[in-house]
Design a protein around this ligand. Structure first.
Ligand SMILES: [Zn+2]
Length: 314
């Protein structure tokens, strides 16, 4: 299985749409097709990218000309801002995801990109992450159907399971599993080859989600970002969070800030993972858990911390 941009079959009637290199905003999506029935897993960050993806899907799978169901795995814009282009589909997400989605509308991202040149170091970092996308004029189409916990679905004769494992990356993270084919579309519960980012947390829920995936025993995982993966990537992610818990605890006891902790951490076998700056947000989340503060990450503060950490890393 290669890591090239575009659509590839990952099982009979199952497709991954990959966007290398998988960094900020460069998300993957999935397609499930059986006969005339189709289900899309996530849209992309802007209209042009989503249109390009839908064209590739229609070329490979004629039934994808009309998508019956769209599942959004979570509320981040790189997985739902293209929703309006999937006309006629019923849009389905966990209730927690549907509630979170309107909190950061595309117009707010467009305004931030526009203001970024006047925002100093933070603005530069923000443009490094998001400057490649066009958020202008996007109308965010929200899910109209929701579920909580688990939901069994059928696409033609194929059975699908939607499994809510959030709050972890976001409040309502959902896995889409096709048991018969042992293929899992993980959304951003797996960033393959890059640091995850704990927006909602707690990270302990993310560890539980890893255990859940390991128990499901998928053969192929289509991650939210990065190349196709197997269970090894999930075991690495679980070990990463366990390592962060252990290392954060001792640094928290010594009174180090999350930024100091991130700078002092030897990342060992995770040292070559992308988006290293997310480390500070993940440590800050564990700190809040240790302090019994249930608040999710503050996005502005998180981006300030990441801008600072990435500057020091250069
Ligand atoms: Zn994402």
């Amino acid at each position: 299985m290669s890591y090239t941009k575009g659509l590839q079959e990952v099982g009979e009637g199952l497709y991954a749409y990959l966007q290398p290199e998988g960094g900020w905003g460069w998300s993957n999506a999935g397609l499930v097709a059986d006969g005339e029935r189709t289900l899309l897993i996530d849209t992309l960050y802007d209209r042009a990218l989503t249109e390009q993806m839908l064209r590739a899907m229609r070329a490979a799978v004629p039934a994808a000309a009309s998508i019956d169901t769209l599942v959004n795995t979570h509320a981040n814009g790189d997985h739902c801002y293209g929703n309006e282009l999937v006309g006629g589909a019923r849009i389905l997400a966990s209730a927690a995801t549907a509630a979170e989605m309107p909190e950061l509308p595309p117009a707010a991202m467009a305004a931030l990109v526009e203001q970024a040149p006047q925002m100093g170091e933070l603005g530069r970092f923000f443009l490094d992450c998001f400057g490649a996308f066009d958020f202008r004029g996007i109308e965010l189409k929200l899910p109209e159907e929701t579920f909580s916990g688990e939901l069994a679905l059928r696409v033609g004769d194929l059975e699908l399971k939607l499994i809510e494992v959030g709050p972890a990356h976001t409040r309502g993270d959902t896995l889409v599993f096709v048991p018969e084919r042992r293929v899992l579309f993980s959304g951003d519960i797996l960033f393959n080859g890059a640091h995850p980012i704990v927006w909602a947390g707690p990270a302990s829920n993310w560890i539980a989600a890893c255990d859940r995936i390991i128990a499901m025993d998928p053969e192929v995982i289509v991650p939210g970002h990065g190349p196709l993966a197997g269970l090894d990537a999930v075991r690495e992610l679980k070990a990463y969070f366990e390592y962060l818990y252990a290392e954060s605890r001792t640094r928290h006891e010594r009174g180090m800030s999350a930024l100091e902790a991130a700078r002092s951490l030897a990342l060992e076998r995770w040292a070559d993972w992308g988006e290293h700056e997310r480390l500070v947000v993940n440590i800050a989340s564990i700190y809040r858990e240790l302090e019994e503060d249930p608040e999710p990450a503050n996005a502005l503060l998180a981006f300030q911390q990441m801008a600072e950490l990435s500057r020091r890393a250069e």
